[in-house]
Structures are given as C-alpha cells and as structure tokens.
Design a protein around this ligand. Structure first.
Ligand code: GDP
Ligand code: MG
Length: 216
C-alpha cells in the first residue's frame, strides 16, 4: 500500500525581477521567455517525488508532494499576503547575481516574512538561498555578488546554499533535481511534521556554537 505523501510548501521570495516567475515557469513547462512574466496568472504548482533519504545508516523512502508557489508579482508592491508566507516549509530566496541590491534585501524579505507570521508564531521553515541569472556573467566582471559571499551568508544564518543557477539555461530536469535535494534537507531538518520554532531562530538563540552550511 502506498504511504501517505509528506506535503511541503515551498515559496519563491525575492526582489522583483530576480527571476522567480521564470524559474517557476521553467519548472512547470521547461520554457523561458526574455519578456517580463509578471502576468503569468498561475501561481501554484504541485510536484510529486519519491525520494530515498539516508539518515545515519538507514535509508528511508518517502513520497513527497511539493506545493510550489510564485508570488505572481505581489512583491512589487510589498503586498505579499499573509497566506503566501503562512505554513511554508521552504523559502526559496532568490537574488540576481548581477544586482547587488537584490542580495542586500534578503534580510528585508525575511523580516517581512516574520512580520507576516506575527510574534510568537510556531512556524518552522528552512531558507534556501539561490543566486539566479548566472548565464549573464561575462568576463567584464559584471558579477555583483560572489559565490563566497553568498556561502558566507548561508553559514552565518543557517540557510541552505542552493547554488548559482539560471532560469534561462538550466533545464527543467536540472532544477527539479535541485528541488529534490532541497527536499531531502528539509526532511532532515523538519521531519514529516513541523514542531516547535523556526530552526534558524533556535540556532541563533544557542549562539550558533558550530557553523553549518549545506553545499548542494
Ligand atoms: P520576477 O519578478 O522575480 O518574477 O522575475 P521574472 O521571472 O519576471 O524575470 C524578470 C526578467 O528577468 C525577465 O525579463 C526574464 O526573462 C529575466 N530572467 C529571469 N531569469 C533569468 C535568467 O536566469 N537569466 C537571464 N538572462 N534572464 C533571466
Ligand atoms: Mg514574478
């Protein structure tokens, strides 16, 4: 008998134009458009994955149902609804590798998420940082955020480093493979059910005795 799927909600967050909708669309249909896609309309898709997860010396097999959400342009007006953030398990936090500002505003996005969730919330989520538009990097040095800096940010904040990607040149398959790796990490950190407080917060409280970062 098939076991019940583990459901995780993943949301795309980040400055406008970093490529959230492009990434979303690539994952759904393997298509990319140079045009701005703020009017796409569809804002949620479901992905199904059977994943084997090695925990200590045991291998567990689980089926996951991933609800992936795109903010569908609401972020332009700083008007992301509470329901978008609510009960999310994974925050796919995107910045544009050619736009420093989009990296600097990571904190602003996490603050608005926390603000939306309200004080004393019991939310537990994992932040996955991704640098998009890596295809635009040329020899002239137009890269405004180095990978080292992004990794450092992940170490400081206990985010998962999702790597540098391109919604333009990466295939649907490559992106889904990445998402499956994120799901494994989410499962290791959150388990099948969410309990207690947000993990990053907890670690902050413990003054992060040990630095940790996940290289995927
Ligand atoms: P959003 O506002 O974060 O949803 O960003 P969009 O997905 O609408 O993308 C904004 C613009 O950046 C569009 O013109 C896209 O074609 C372009 N774009 C998005 N991702 C990439 C990428 O990986 N590489 C390149 N070259 N352009 C991209
Ligand atoms: Mg968009």
């Amino acid at each position: 008998m098939a076991s019940k799927p583990i459901i995780y909600k993943l949301i795309l967050v980040g400055n406008t134009s970093v490529g959230k909708t492009s990434l979303f669309k690539k994952i759904i249909s393997d298509e990319f458009s140079e045009r701005n896609m703020s009017t796409i309309g569809v804002d949620r898709t479901t992905l199904y994955s059977d994943i084997e997860i090695k925990i200590k010396d045991k291998t567990e097999k689980h089926n996951f149902e991933i609800h992936l959400y795109d903010s569908a342009g609401q972020e332009q007006f700083r008007s992301i609804t509470k329901s978008y953030f609510k009960q999310s398990d994974g925050i796919l936090l995107l910045y544009d590798v050619t736009k420093r500002e989009s990296f600097e505003q990571i904190k602003m996005w996490l603050d608005s998420l926390e603000e939306s969730l309200g004080e004393n919330n019991n939310s537990q989520y994992v932040v996955i940082l991704l640098g998009n538009k890596i295809d635009l990097i040329d020899k002239k040095g137009n890269k405004e955020v180095s990978e080292e800096e992004a990794i450092e940010k992940c170490q400081e904040s206990n985010f998962i480093w999702g790597g540098e990607i391109s919604a333009k040149t990466f295939s649907k398959e490559e992106l889904i493979n990445k998402i499956n790796i994120f799901i494994k990490e989410l499962y290791k950190r959150l388990g099948p059910k969410k309990t207690g407080k947000q993990i990053s917060k907890k670690l902050d409280e413990k003054k992060k005795k040990k630095k940790s970062c996940f290289f995927l």
